[in-house]
Design a protein around this ligand. Sequence first.
Ligand code: URA
Length: 271
Amino acid sequence: MPDQSEIIAALFWQGEIGVDEALDEQPADWTRFAARASAARRAPAPPATPSLTLGPTRAATPDRRPPVDAPIPGLADARSLVAGVTSLAGLREALTRFEGCSLKHTAMNLVFADGNPEGKIMLVGEAPGEDEDRLGKPFVGASGKLLDKMLAGIGLDRTQVYISNILPWRPPGNRSPTQAEIALCLPFIERHISLVAPQVLVLLGGTAAKSLLNRAEGITRLRGQWLDFHIPGSTQIFPAMATYHPAYLLRSPIHKREAWRDLLMIKSRLT
Ligand code: URA
C-alpha cells in the first residue's frame, strides 16, 4: 500500500502530464479505439453519397471515411446527424445534439467557429485550448494572438477569414486528441468546410493536415504546397495549404521563416 506522500506525488505527476480531469469511473483503453479508427480509415471506400451543390465540381471522389459499421461508438450517429445539415446554424445545432464524443462532457463550451463565413479563406486548427474553451471561440489564447499577427502580415484580419478546428471541444488538460475522437469529429468539420466553401483552405498543424488530407506524412512534409482537399463522397474539391501551427511556431520560432513563405503563397493565390 503506497503511503500518503506517494499518492500525492502521483496526483501531482498526473497533473503535470495533463491528466487534470476524470472522464469516467473506470480507465478506458483509448489505444484500442485508435487502432480501430486507423484500420477503419484504410478500409475500402463505400459508395459515394450525393453531393451538395456548393463549390467547384469535378468527378465524384471516393469516400475515404470509415464505413458506417466501423466499430467506433458514435460515428454512425455523427454521420447521420450531419447528413441532413444544410446551414451553419444547423451544423451548430447538430453538434449540440451529438452525444458520441466524451470531450463534450469535460469541455465548458462548444467552440464552433469565429470570423466571416463569407471570407475567401478558412483556417482549421486542431482543438480548443483552455482560453478557447472558456470563451467558446477558436484561437483566442497565445497561439491565436500569433495567428492574428500572421494574418495581418498578409493584410487579413478576422473580418475577412473564417476559423474553426477539427475538434469543437477541448481535450482535458490540452492533451492531444485520440484517433477515435478525430474520426468522430471529422464528419462535422468536413460538412463545415463544405458549407463555407472557401476559396482557399489553410490547415494549421499536423493534426488538421493529416486528418483532413488523410495523409500519413508529418506537417514538415505536407506544408508549403497546394494540395487538393476532397469532401468525402462528393465532387467538392478545395485547394488546401498546410502550414505550421502557431503554437508550434511559439515553441520553435526558427520555423516562422517557412510559415511566412506559406503565407505568401496563400496571399498570391487570393489575389
Ligand atoms: N489551438 C488550436 O488548434 N485551436 C484553437 O482554437 C486554439 C489553439
